[in-house]
Design a protein around this ligand. Structure first.
Ligand code: ZN
Length: 420
């Protein structure tokens, strides 16, 4: 079993001494962040680069089927990275022979959409072996993501190569990990999987233009989608006009939905505000969270959410850390906030009925829960857990990290409240 420590990534440049690190403390890196890959985003439309990376013997493919990742074993969960020859029936070696512009000009609505490898980046931490992939000044193991689900409702002829690839992988004892949320990969693997899942899901949901309703085409190695101007199937009429082609926003970009999540301290900093949703297990509480709205600062969103869900009025909000959450496209922005006056601590659930309960917990009770009451949502707490005591999310959840930080208060530069 992977230890909990291996699940939590190290912050970048962990040993570096900086004035900021002395002032604000160590950076917190959350699960799904700190990918080992250098994304090299500026090379995503460089077809000679992509062609070389696609077919290099060291290249690894993260495969998802109906968003479930391919794994060697389910427990402990370890992803299986496919080689090019294992997915070659879906991705011809000639894929990048034409430029992106030529491919868009050659768009033909009669041709089924091809599988789109998504370039994720180069793992520069991989040992530099003879024959390792290099491109200009960059060296490392290329990673691509590939959706092997196959066309939904497609003809048998279109489904066949996908089924063939999947069956060959399953014949090797590999399987697709079925889980609502995958949080058991080691830190580096989790970050790569998160990027793959978010981009595959976004491509799957955006096969039609949001402006004109016609089919879109993946470009920039699956990280953008374009609405082609012409269609070989209708050379005379072309495609109806679409404003995405005439304005500066001629591409659609992957979504990232900012979400705030906050550990709230009481005015005396001796208690933490936590809430529970209707579907949480008994005695399980977590930090309050919600979406950032258009034209709203993160700090304002934190104050609004906590007031709407719990009736508590916050003063100072301090940003702490963030966590990519690829279910489907969230960025959890973690904050610690404090009430300035005990009069603002009164809880009411009457504004927005989202929470089943919200409560102030003494720090001692929270410390006990962090020691013995944490577990993944569907799992049982540890053997030392006392039935009826507070339960909290695991360290892989940013909620846990925020609660730890709030009760240690290091980041605020003030006195340390807790020894946990
Ligand atoms: Zn369009």
């Amino acid at each position: 079993m992977t230890s909990s420590d291996a699940l939590i990534p190290n912050p970048a440049h962990i040993q570096a001494e900086t004035m900021l690190a002395r002032q604000f403390g160590r950076e917190t890196a959350n699960y799904f962040s700190s990918s080992p890959l250098n994304r090299l985003s500026f090379l995503r439309s460089d077809h000679p680069f992509l062609s070389a990376a696609l077919q290099h013997p060291s290249t690894r493919f993260v495969l998802l089927k109906d968003l479930a990742p391919l794994v060697q074993t389910a427990a402990p969960a370890a992803p299986y990275y496919a080689r090019y020859d294992e997915i070659q029936p879906l991705v011809p070696a000639t894929l990048y022979d034409q430029s992106e512009e030529d491919l868009l000009n050659a768009y033909d609505s009669r041709t089924p959409a091809a599988a789109t490898p998504i370039f994720l980046g180069l793992d520069e931490t991989a040992p530099k072996r003879e024959g390792a992939f290099t491109w200009k000044s960059y060296a490392g193991t290329p990673y691509f993501a590939l959706d092997v689900t196959g066309p939904r409702g497609g003809e048998e002829e279109q489904q066949a190569p996908y089924r063939q690839v999947v069956e060959a992988l399953e014949a090797k004892g590999l399987s697709f990990l079925q889980a609502r949320v995958v949080m058991s990969f080691a830190a580096d693997q989790a970050a790569i999987y998160a990027q793959a899942r978010a981009l595959i899901d976004w491509n799957t949901r955006n096969t039609f233009c949001g402006t004109c309703g016609q089919r879109t085409v993946a470009v920039h190695s699956g990280t953008k989608r374009a609405c082609p101007a012409t269609d070989r199937a209708r050379p005379a009429a072309g495609r109806p006009a679409c404003s995405t082609r005439t304005t500066i926003s001629n591409l659609s970009f992957p979504r990232t939905d900012p979400t705030v999540i906050v550990a709230v301290l009481s005015a005396d900093a001796q208690r933490i505000l936590l809430g529970r949703g209707k579907r949480f297990p008994p005695h399980w509480y977590s930090t309050l969270a919600g979406f950032v709205e258009p034209a709203e600062s993160v700090e304002d969103a934190v104050r609004r959410e906590v007031w709407e869900e719990a009736g508590v009025t916050l003063s100072r909000v301090v940003l702490h850390s963030s966590q990519p959450w690829p279910y489907p496209a969230n960025l959890m922005i973690g904050a610690i906030a404090q009430v300035s006056d005990a009069a603002h601590e009164a809880i009411t659930l009457e504004h927005d009925p989202e929470l089943e309960d919200a409560r102030w917990f003494d720090i001692a009770e929270v410390e006990e829960a962090l020691r013995n009451g944490v577990s993944a949502l569907g799992d049982a707490p540890g053997p030392e857990y006392t039935e009826g005591a507070l339960r909290l999310p695991p360290p892989t959840a940013i909620a846990n990290q925020l609660i730890r930080a709030a009760i240690s208060i290091d980041l605020l530069g003030g006195e340390k409240n807790s020894k946990i």
